[in-house]
Design a protein around this ligand. Structure first.
Ligand code: OSB
Ligand code: MG
Length: 376
């Protein structure tokens, strides 16, 4: 198919509550959706939707929201407009001369993928080879004002039926909230923590004290570039080390596994350049006996739907950060929000990502629309 146009729908959506991590507090979600229009040989135009996961500030990864939009406008869109045939499987190759920019590339590839699957009348789950009709739904709980507030927040999600709790930690808000959650909800609660790179290897003795709480894993305790140091930390503690920020590609996943830096990997399609690279990481990890789970970036329903299909691959053996839309948003931009029920999220079965953007809601959240076309 030929890429005929790309639209960037910039949005701002209020969060139901502020979300705090070791790199800051978010009170609303600012992002953009990519709408791709592809023309088939018979002249039919097919539309697909992608979602950017770059945050407004470069605090989680080097990319940021405005930068990702600029990269698409100036480099990615022109390269794809110049190609005679664009498929999801060739987007990565067509864009290989642009270094990095995984989140920008992922958003574009995702939109092409959705359009292509809609044209084929095929669901994303079927395309990937998903093997489960539902996926266990975990929730990521931000850093709270106090230990009591942490226990209250976690208790609320347990009551709703979430299958696993992940608590954000940082120096000064780690052992006490973890101990309190264990004490309040017992040893059977599937429970893990995420440090978002807030520690250094010098903190190894402190981090080791997490070992007594029976955590499923500790996610990204050290910096993005510190793969070797994560391997050293892994040798010094018993809690499994899971990498998030450090795994920016299939190559980085292979390095981390070879070095013994990760016994678990959090796969986020945006962070690694798209769903196809995400599947490659799943395959590599599975071949090495390394568990994976699907991370989240406060996605709208579009990203949640696609993540649910990815998480239905057989190597995704731990619950993902795939919560219901209502965990972050009072109102999603889909005709039907993504729902968590009985601790799971359903894997969509309709063509493409299997969800419909509600045009009125989209317009309600939209702050800016940028239209890109081959003529420009
Ligand atoms: O580290 O997993 C992370 C959100 C933004 C940036 C990084 C992370 C997160 C989350 C949210 O933990 C997970 C979710 O979307 O539910
Ligand atoms: Mg993380």
């Amino acid at each position: 198919m030929k890429l005929h146009g790309l639209r960037l729908h910039h949005l701002e959506m209020p969060l139901v509550a502020p979300f705090t991590t070791s790199f800051g507090t978010q009170t609303s979600k600012r992002t953009f959706l990519v709408e791709a229009n592809l023309i088939a040989d018979d002249g039919t135009v097919w539309t697909g939707w992608g979602e950017n996961v770059a945050l407004p500030d470069p605090v989680y990864s080097p990319e940021h929201l405005e930068g990702a939009a600029l990269v698409i406008e100036r480099w990615l869109a022109p390269a794809l407009f110049a190609a005679d045939d664009v498929t999801a499987e060739t987007v990565g190759h067509l864009l290989r001369h642009i270094v990095g920019q995984q989140m920008a590339k992922a958003a574009v590839e995702m939109a092409v993928l959705d359009a292509q699957l809609r044209a084929d009348g095929r669901s994303f789950a079927s395309y990937l080879g998903a093997v489960a009709p539902t996926v266990p739904s975990g929730v990521s709980v931000g850093i709270q004002e106090s230990v009591d507030a942490t226990v209250r927040a976690v208790g609320g999600y347990i009551e709703q039926g979430y299958a696993r709790i992940k608590l954000k930690i940082q120096p000064g808000a780690d052992l006490a909230p973890v101990a309190a959650v264990r004490k309040a909800f017992g040893d059977e609660l599937p429970f893990q923590v995420d440090a978002n790179a807030a520690y250094t290897l010098v903190d190894a003795a402190h981090l080791r004290r997490l070992d007594e709480y029976g955590l499923l894993l500790v996610e990204q305790p050290l910096g993005e570039a510190d793969i070797r140091q994560h391997a050293e930390l892994a040798a010094r503690m018993t809690t499994p080390i899971c990498l998030d920020e450090s795994v920016v590609s299939a190559e980085a996943a292979a390095d981390a596994i070879s070095l013994g830096a990760a016994s678990v990997i959090n796969i986020k399609p945006g962070r690694v350049g798209g769903y196809l690279e995400a599947r490659r990481i799943h395959d590599i990890a599975r071949a090495h006996g390394v568990a994976v789970w699907c991370g989240g970036m406060l996605e709208t329903g579009i990203g949640r739907a696609a993540n649910a299909a990815l998480a239905a691959l057989p190597g995704f053996t731990l619950p993902g950060d795939i919560s219901g839309s209502d965990r972050f948003y009072a109102e999603d931009l889909l005709t039907q929000p993504i729902r968590m029920h009985d601790g799971v999220v359903d894997v969509p079965t309709g063509p493409g990502f299997g969800v419909q953007v509600d045009p009125d809601r989209l317009e309600g959240f939209r702050t800016r629309l940028v239209e890109l076309s081959p003529e420009r």
